[in-house]
Design a protein around this ligand. Structure first.
Ligand code: GDP
Ligand code: IMO
Ligand code: MG
Length: 428
């Protein structure tokens, strides 16, 4: 019966990987609907840390079939590196299935990502440099190369040729780079083709048949609501739709089959890359959160910008995605902070905004209006029920619940699988 969508509510790195992993034993399929190896999902199992980029977190649960959905852009080199690294640690990746319709990231996409950023100068987005934007541009521009194309050499050549004709003009004439030959791209894909074959499947049918049998499918989104190309802080976004609707498009599962949409939200806020961030801290408190929360990107190692919880964003995310539940992560990181500010509204040019301002200019000017909550000093990393939490931590969670217009069903009190408080079962 159930299809469950896991969506980041902020700017990414909320703990989507951990959430998928804790659902693990009761789940049959975990499918990644969007993004590529720009994501970095950390899962800690019994003290062992795994950093997943292209692969969904379900890969660490032996009973789960992990799936790379049609909406993903796949870098084959990165995929096999990740598979090899996991296999060398004893994980079994043989059940992985990859949609024949997923698009491929080619080396020229990475080149274009980097030169575009350079040309943007001060207006650069701060992408991960993985070629994600250019690969999605080719997909939408109908110049993309799909997984299925590599199995027919003449089709592969035709597609590469079609894509390169325009790209070489751009690389040489605009960006002053060397032209790329069809041959070198064919040669780039060649060593991966036979290795890829057994993983490729009609995953869209497979997932729907699983749902027909009453099995559980988790759609583990990459990135997050505020990085969504339609609903995020455009242009400082990624090039896919990480919001709940995007997970239907990216898997071939229809919206009527989804019965839970779970938003993942940190007890504070972080952001990697450029773009507006109203609650950002520029003082030692920001540095404190960065250190206490280990806020360094999995993917690029960049320090994450840190700030307070933003309930305006949480309400916006709840409404844009239709969340049924929130998973609140990293509550333990706030232990020891005397007074915790929470942004409840913005002030924009002297006016109060309780909801997201309509224009980006206004959002850039938004100043947080804070409410303050008393902190706690007790170690909460061993709390396993809501009642185990100190009174002030309980009050903080209940206040966020009230302000964020969605119930906080699970609370994270540490990175490990076991370090969660379940108030409402996500699979009920
Ligand atoms: P994702 O991209 O949304 O999957 O999140 P990341 O894995 O990039 O970043 C979240 C980080 O927080 C990871 O290092 C997790 O191990 C860690 N984490 C997740 N939940 C908790 C929690 O409740 N407490 C603490 N301290 N760390 C957590
Ligand atoms: P997970 O799934 C945080 C950010 C980049 C940049 C913008 C565009 O781990 O939450 P891109 O390379 O996608 O074109 O970069 O999006 N970004 C992320 N930030 N977590 C992610 O993934 C991200 N994926 C992309 O930093 O600002
Ligand atoms: Mg991440």
């Amino acid at each position: 019966m159930p299809a469950i969508v896991v969506v980041g509510a902020q700017w990414g790195d909320e703990g989507k990987g951990k959430t998928t992993d804790i659902l693990g034993t009761s789940v049959d399929y975990v499918v990644k609907p969007n993004g590529g190896n720009n994501a970095g999902h950390t899962v800690v199992v019994g003290g062992e840390k795994y950093e997943l980029k292209l692969l969904p977190a379900g890969i660490l649960s032996p009973n789960v079939t992990p799936v790379i959905g049609n909406g993903v852009v796949v870098n084959l080199e990165a995929l096999f590196e990740e598979i090899d690294a996991l296999e060398s640690r004893g994980a079994d990746t043989s059940k992985l299935r990859i949609s024949a319709n997923a698009h491929l990231v080619a080396p020229y996409h990475q080149t274009l990502d980097k030169v575009t950023e350079r040309f943007l100068g001060k207006r650069a987005i701060g992408t991960t440099g993985r070629g994600i934007g250019p690969a999605y541009m080719d997909k939408i521009g109908r110049l993309g190369i799909r997984v299925q194309d590599v199995f027919d050499e003449s089709i592969l050549r035709q597609k590469i040729e079609g894509s390169l004709r325009q790209k070489n003009e751009l690389l040489v004439k605009v960006y002053n780079r060397r032209a790329v030959s069809v041959e070198e791209i064919v040669e780039y894909f060649e060593p991966f083709i036979e290795r890829l074959r057994p993983y490729v499947a009609e995953t869209e049918l497979m997932l729907n048949e699983a749902l027909d049998r009453g099995e559980v499918v988790v759609m583990e989104g990459g990135q997050a609501t505020m990085l969504d190309v339609d609903h995020g802080t455009y242009p400082f976004v990624t090039s896919s739709n990480p919001t709940a609707g995007g997970s239907c498009v990216g898997t071939g599962i229809g919206p009527t089959r989804i019965n839970r949409v779970v938003g993942i939200v940190k007890a504070y806020t972080t952001r990697v890359g450029a773009g507006p961030f109203p609650t950002e801290l520029f003082d030692e408190m920001g540095e404190y959160l960065q250190k206490a929360g280990g806020e360094f990107g999995v993917n690029t190692g960049r320090p994450r910008r840190c700030g307070w919880y933003d309930a305006v964003i949480a309400r916006y995310a709840a409404r844009t995605n239709g969340f049924t539940d929130y998973v609140l992560t990293k509550l333990d990181v706030l232990t020891g902070i005397e007074r915790i500010p929470v942004c409840v509204a913005y002030e924009v040019d002297g006016e109060r905004h309780d909801e997201m301002p309509v224009s980006q200019t206004e959002f850039h000017h938004a100043k947080p209006i804070f409410e303050y909550f008393d902190g706690w000093t007790e170690d909460i990393t061993k709390a396993r029920t809501f009642d185990d939490l100190p009174e002030n931590a309980q009050k903080y969670v209940l206040a966020l619940e009230e302000l964020s217009s969605c119930r906080m069903s699970v609370i994270g009190v540490g990175p490990d699988r076991e370090q969660s408080i379940v108030r409402h079962d996500l699979l009920d």
